[in-house]
Structure formats: structure tokens, C-alpha cells
Design a protein around this ligand. Structure first.
Ligand code: ARG
Ligand code: GLU
Length: 718
């Protein structure tokens, strides 16, 4: 046993020394201090201050948070923004009708006048980043409860933000890093007039759809284009037809040279969330409990929706983005479980913990602070397990049954009755219900109810569910389909006219009915069950873990002084860098770094939902008509590298050693989707669409060459 541990530690230390090479999501303002020499040793030809500077224009001035959920970058001095097709999809869908089906056919504005506004869409630039840890943590004491601590922090944050030096049109926010051991402030500039400029047809922008999602080799042209508009003074302004294209401080130059194996690449963007510093017990729980539970529930949901989408065109349109969302995480979790298992993530963490404990025990001061920290963490995760499982069941099941979303909206209006803001809430309820019904089919929802309630019941057999639930099931003779039929026959929430319609003619009467609606009551009983028997304990357990993980994070940094730590992703601006690199997913198989248009044609299935290829693209391929965008007679499509990315990095620019744009990040490869928890350089790869393919589609396929003329194209080869 001892020997085994020893071997594991050796393995780990070895792996981590090599592996750290390309791991990490780094804060741009700290690159000069922490990463510059490493980046240069990997081949970077620019300096850290070319990437981030507050005194001069730098690359960061060309990067935006796109709508708060993706990344985008400015690629012309007229405010042209590039992001993914799946990031712009909401806008593309909003403007699509049966006559102008931009999802199916694509869309290209021929001039500024044809660019389409998108109410609600915004892009945010980062002006500067400051360490405000001392001020945020002032007055925070160890003995405080998590609640006390948070309210002290909130108070400090409010005060700091009030005093921040910034222009009127700028804003600021403060975020915790390293589990709340450090705090940084971001001064931002947000533009809210962002117009759709162009998008390829889905057969290019989402080629391969769900089958190819998370998979390398990939052949998707996952891009779309927008333009930022500003007031005449170039400052942020609400939408107005008088607004003008924004003139950026910086736009990215585009390299036509691509990369080759081993070349330096970096990705600059807004990664959402990672968990790299968990206790092994947490990783074990993810693999054994949480991921499998969520996957099993989504299996059922997807089977129901897919069955209907395949046979009904209307349902296919209505449920397309819901389906894509459910399946995206479902597929990722499966890859995550495989990857964590294959790379022995739990054993690796355990070996790391053994080394941590050894060093702590050997040092009196560390021992008194952190001597039993790991033990406490393990216990806390044990306590969390049953609660986390129930949370997963509730979250997964409830978010997929629309009857419950409808009920939740009606509850809000009902509870607002007699209050000052009633009219506002009622209006909001109506708007949201409208949105829900647009993508709603009662039969699909009823089948989802039956399928998901059954998993829910089976999964939570050890717990005492509310009486109303068991009674409804008993009345249906224990048959979930029958139970669903009874409920959907009795409720009126499944009918738009009887709900939204009735709300518009006589809200009072409709809200009165809601009080006796069988589905509404079931929903509220289940919510009460959750809030009385789960959420209190769950929050307590989670608070305990947050506190312990915060200590553990600090402890790791004290104990492993030889390591350079990067903070987990938290939707703030990061730089990640690494080499373009092939990999071996399994025995005797090697994946190269580039895919080509030839591969699109290999996958081509005429008329197929996922793998059809537009005629024009087939023609261009047949004639090898790639213009200046081809390379050695071939058309590069996608490529991979060892950049450490996650959700939110979609639309992030991939830059070469000179900081020139070479591609657009949009996915990760299947074998490495566990990188959110355990990055492993041997199999973790991010997937980017080559900028030359994007330009080829814009220019040769869509005939929108005027957009390419706005950009700055460079080549060192020619
Ligand atoms: N997997 C990528 C991401 O996490 C792409 C998702 C969009 N594409 C899709 N086929 N659903 O967002
Ligand atoms: N597709 C993801 C996104 O929307 C990026 C892929 C990943 O998770 O790494 O941000």
C-alpha cells in the first residue's frame, strides 16, 4: 500500500511537472509577472504588455464579452465583431421567419443599413483590472459565519465601487478569485447597440450538429458576425438609427499563415467555470453520483424530444435550441466521466493530497492551521452527497417540464397581487409566458412529465415525497403516463389560450383559478418539500465546503510554493496558451491538428439533418476554388491546440505568436472534456475554426467580400 502511494506520488509529480506546460487560465494583468518568459519559451514573439496594458492600446482592447455568455473580438476599425454561430444563434433565430429563414439559409447584410439591431444584446470591453483584495477583505474575520462574511464583503464592495475612478459611461464589478482569497475589480465599457451583420447557413455554421459536437476531427464553420454601434462621440449609446459604427481602440490583424505542429497559440476570452482544486472526494462524487444522475435524466428527456422532432417539422423548430442546450451538457458530462476515469483523476488527487499532508505534517505552523483540513473536507463532501443528489434531481427534472415553468411564472404574478409592483410583475409574467409558449408543445411536455417524474420517483425512493405526489400516482394506478394524462387533462396551464389569453382578458380570475390547479399545487408541494427538507441542509453543507475549499486553496498555495497557481474560471477575462499539437486518443490512433474541406465532403450525406452540404460549397470544392484562402491546394477548416478553455470561451480569438488572429475557438475534443476538473495535456485539446475558412465562406461562398475588405490581412509567407 505504502509503495503504491509512493509510486502514485512520483507519477503525479512527474506528470504535473511536464503537464503544467499548457495548463492554466491566466489573468491578463499578471502575465508580465507570471507567464511572459514561459510564453516566450513556447515561441511567443510579442510581450505581455502587447497583450494587456492600461497605458497603451493592447490586444485586450479588441476582446469583448459577448452578451455575457460568450466571447467576441473586434476585427475591423468599423467595429466588426466575430463570434461563434452558436453564440449568435439567438439573434439569428429571432430574425428568422419561414420567408427569411436565416437559420437555414444564412444572412448577409450588403451594407450598414441592412444590419439588424438586437434588443438586449450587448458587448463589454474591459478597461482595466485592479487587485482590490485588501479593501474587499477589510474587517473579514475567520470566526465569521459565511453569511456574516458575505455581508461584510458586499458592504466593502459597494463602497469600493462607489469610489472607483472612471468615466460616467463606464461601469465596474468585483469578483472573488481563488475561492474568495483574492478579489479583482474590472472597469468595463458596455455597448448595447450590437447589430447582426452575417451568418452562414446552419449546414456550415453547425455542420455535424449534435453527432459531431465535442468531437475531433471536426468540420464546423461555427462563426457569425456582428457590428458594434456607438453614439456620434463613439461612446456607448442606446440603440438609435443615428448611431454610427464604433471605432475601436484596437482591432485584430488576421494572419493568413495558419499554424503547424508545435507552434505557439493563445486564446483570449471569458471562460465560465472550472473546478481544478477540488478534494478527491468531490471528483469521486462527480464521477460516481452527479454526472451519471444528470446524464440519466437527460437521456430520458432527449429521447422524448428527439422522437417528436424527427416526425414533426414545427416541433423541430420549436425545440431545436432547447434540445441543443440539453444535449450539449449531457454529452460533455459523458466525456468528462470517461476522461476522469481514464486519467485516474481521483487517484491523482489522492496522491497530491498525500503529498500535501506530508508537507503539512512536517511543518509545525502549517500543521496547526491545516493538519485536519483534508479530513474535514472529506467529511463535508460525505454530508453533501445525498443533498447534492436530491438537488440534481430537482434541478434537472424541474427545468425540463414546462408546465412547472409556467406555474412558476403564474406564482409570481399571484404573489404580487395587492402589491405596488403588481402591474410590472404581471407584464413580466405575460412576456415570459409568451416566450415559453412559443417553444412549447403540450403533448411533448406531457410525455416529458411522465418520463421525468418516473426517474425522479425512482431516484428519490429513499426519501419521503409529498403526499399529493403519491396520491396522484396512486390514483393513476402507479402508471406515470396515466398520471401525466390525468394532470394535463385537469390543468389549464398546458393551453396558451386558457392561460396567457385568460390572463390578458381577466388576470384576477385566472390567477384565482391558479390556486386550485392540480399541477400548480403539485408543483408547489414539491417546492415546499425541497425547501423544507433539502435546501436548508444543502446550503449549510455548501457553506461549509466553500469555507473549507477556500482554506484548502490558500493552503495549497502555501504548501506548494514551487507551483504557479491560476484561479479557477469565473467568467472573467483570461489568457490561455499552448502549442498546436496532435494527440493519440487511443491505441494506434493519431489525430492530426488540421481538418480540411475534403473532410466535410467525406461526411456529406445528401438531405441529412446534420451532414448535408450546401450546393454552392460542393461546387467550390469541386473546382478547388479557394481564392487566396486555400493552403497548398487545400482548404483548412478546423484545428486543435493545447489551450486550456471552457464554456464561455466560445467565440474567443485564437492568436498566433505575433498576436494575429488565426482562428475562432468553439469547442473541446471528446477525450479531454474533463479539463474543467483535471487538465491533462496528453489528451486535452481545444477546437478552433480556421480564420481562412471563415473568410472563404464570407467571400467566396456568401459573396460578402466587402466585409473582408474592412479587415487587415497579413502574411509572412508571401
Ligand atoms: N460544445 C460547444 C459548446 O459547449 C458547442 C455547442 C454548440 N453546438 C451544438 N451542436 N450544440 O458550446
Ligand atoms: N462551446 C463552448 C462554449 O459555448 C466552448 C467549448 C468548451 O466548453 O470548451 O463556450
Amino acid at each position: 500500500m505504502k509503495l503504491l502511494k509512493y509510486v502514485l506520488v512520483i507519477c503525479f509529480v512527474f506528470i504535473s511537472a511536464v503537464g503544467r506546460a499548457d495548463e492554466g487560465m491566466w489573468l491578463p494583468q499578471l502575465l508580465a509577472k507570471l507567464n511572459e518568459s514561459h510564453m516566450k519559451s513556447l515561441g511567443m514573439k510579442i510581450s505581455a504588455s502587447d497583450i494587456y496594458s492600461v497605458n497603451k492600446g493592447s490586444l485586450k482592447d479588441a476582446i469583448v464579452s459577448f452578451g455575457g455568455f460568450c466571447t467576441g473580438e473586434v476585427i475591423s476599425d468599423k467595429g466588426l465583431v466575430l463570434t461563434n454561430h452558436h453564440c449568435g444563434f439567438g439573434s439569428i433565430q429571432d430574425h428568422s421567419t419561414l420567408d427569411h429563414n436565416y437559420i437555414r439559409d444564412g444572412f448577409w447584410a450588403k451594407n450598414h443599413g441592412e444590419e439588424i439591431p438586437n434588443p438586449g444584446l450587448f458587448v463589454t470591453f474591459i478597461v482595466r483590472i485592479e487587485d482590490v483584495s485588501n479593501k474587499v477583505l477589510a474587517g473579514v474575520k475567520d470566526e465569521m459565519s459565511e453569511n456574516e462574511r458575505q455581508s461584510q464583503i458586499d458592504k466593502n464592495i459597494a463602497a469600493i465601487r462607489k469610489g472607483v475612478k472612471k468615466e460616467d459611461y463606464q461601469d465596474s464589478f468585483i469578483r472573488g478569485f481563488f475561492e474568495g482569497n483574492q478579489y479583482f475589480m474590472f472597469v468595463t465599457e458596455t455597448y448595447r447597440d450590437v447589430r447582426l451583420v452575417g451568418a452562414p447557413p446552419s449546414a456550415i455554421g453547425n455542420f455535424g450538429k449534435d453527432t459531431d459536437n465535442w468531437i475531433w476531427p471536426r468540420h464546423t464553420g461555427d462563426f457569425s458576425m456582428f457590428r458594434i454601434y456607438a453614439g456620434k462621440d463613439n461612446k456607448p449609446a442606446a440603440y438609435s438609427p443615428d448611431n454610427v459604427p464604433y471605432v475601436p481602440k484596437r482591432s485584430l490583424a488576421i494572419s493568413m499563415d495558419g499554424v503547424k505542429e508545435g507552434d505557439f497559440t493563445m486564446v483570449f476570452g471569458f471562460p465560465g467555470r472550472t473546478m481544478e482544486y477540488l478534494h478527491s472526494a468531490a471528483v469521486d462524487q462527480t464521477v460516481r453520483v452527479n454526472d451519471p444522475t444528470k446524464i440519466a435524466i437527460r437521456d430520458k428527456a432527449l429521447a422524448v424530444i428527439d422522437g417528436y422532432m424527427r416526425k414533426d417539422e414545427q416541433i423541430k423548430i420549436q425545440y431545436a435550441s432547447k434540445y441543443a442546450g440539453i444535449s450539449n451538457a449531457w454529452k460533455k458530462w459523458q466525456g468528462e466521466v470517461l476522461g476522469l476515469t481514464k486519467t485516474n483523476a481521483v487517484a491523482k488527487k489522492q496522491a497530491y493530497e498525500a503529498e500535501f499532508q506530508k508537507r503539512v505534517n512536517a511543518n509545525g505552523a502549517l500543521k496547526s492551521k491545516y493538519g485536519d483540513l483534508l479530513q474535514q473536507l472529506e467529511l463535508a463532501y460525505k454530508e453533501l452527497e445525498p443533498l447534492g443528489l436530491q438537488r440534481d434531481y430537482f434541478n434537472e427534472v424541474f427545468s425540463k417540464i414546462e408546465l412547472f415553468s409556467i406555474s412558476s411564472q403564474l406564482n409570481q404574478a399571484m404573489n404580487a397581487q395587492g402589491k405596488d409592483n403588481y402591474e410590472t410583475i404581471l407584464k413580466r409574467t405575460q412576456d415570459r409566458l409568451k416566450g415559453i409558449y412559443e417553444e412549447y408543445n403540450a403533448e411533448v411536455d406531457r410525455k416529458l412529465f411522465a418520463a421525468l417524474m418516473e426517474v425522479f420517483y425512482q431516484g428519490l425512493q429513499d426519501y419521503k415525497l409529498p403526499d399529493s405526489f403519491t396520491k396522484l400516482l396512486k390514483d393513476a394506478g402507479g402508471d406515470f403516463n396515466k398520471m401525466a394524462e390525468n394532470i394535463y387533462a385537469a390543468t389549464t396551464m398546458d393551453e396558451e389560450q386558457k392561460t396567457l389569453g385568460a390572463l390578458e382578458t381577466d388576470a384576477k380570475t385566472r390567477l384565482e383559478q391558479h390556486k386550485t390547479d392540480v399541477a400548480a399545487n403539485l408543483f408547489s408541494d414539491l417546492l415546499t418539500y425541497f425547501s423544507t427538507t433539502v435546501s436548508g441542509q444543502l446550503n449549510e453543507a455548501q457553506d461549509k465546503i466553500n469555507r473549507l475549499q477556500r482554506d484548502y486553496m490558500r493552503a495549497q498555495m502555501e504548501v506548494f510554493r514551487e507551483k504557479t497557481f491560476y484561479p479557477d474560471a469565473n467568467s472573467t477575462m483570461r489568457v490561455t496558451y499552448g502549442k498546436a499539437m496532435s494527440y493519440e486518443p487511443r491505441d494506434a490512433v493519431k489525430y492530426e491538428i488540421y481538418t480540411y474541406l475534403d473532410g466535410v465532403m467525406e461526411k456529406y450525406k445528401p438531405g441529412d439533418y446534420e451532414f448535408d452540404v450546401p450546393e454552392k460549397l460542393r461546387e467550390l470544392y469541386a473546382k478547388k476554388d479557394y481564392g487566396k484562402y486555400g493552403a497548398n491546394g487545400k482548404m483548412p477548416v478546423c484545428f486543435i491546440a493545447r489551450n486550456h478553455t471552457t464554456g464561455g470561451n466560445s467565440g474567443s480569438p485564437a492568436l498566433d505568436a505575433y498576436g494575429n488572429l488565426i482562428g475562432l475557438n468553439f469547442d473541446r475534443a471528446w477525450e479531454g472534456t474533463m479539463s474543467d476538473i483535471n487538465y491533462d495535456p496528453s489528451i486535452c485539446r481545444n477546437i478552433m475554426v480556421d480564420i481562412r475558412y471563415i473568410l472563404f465562406i464570407v467571400d467566396k461562398y456568401a459573396g460578402a467580400g466587402h466585409l473582408v475588405k474592412e479587415m487587415k490581412l497579413i502574411s509572412k509567407k508571401k
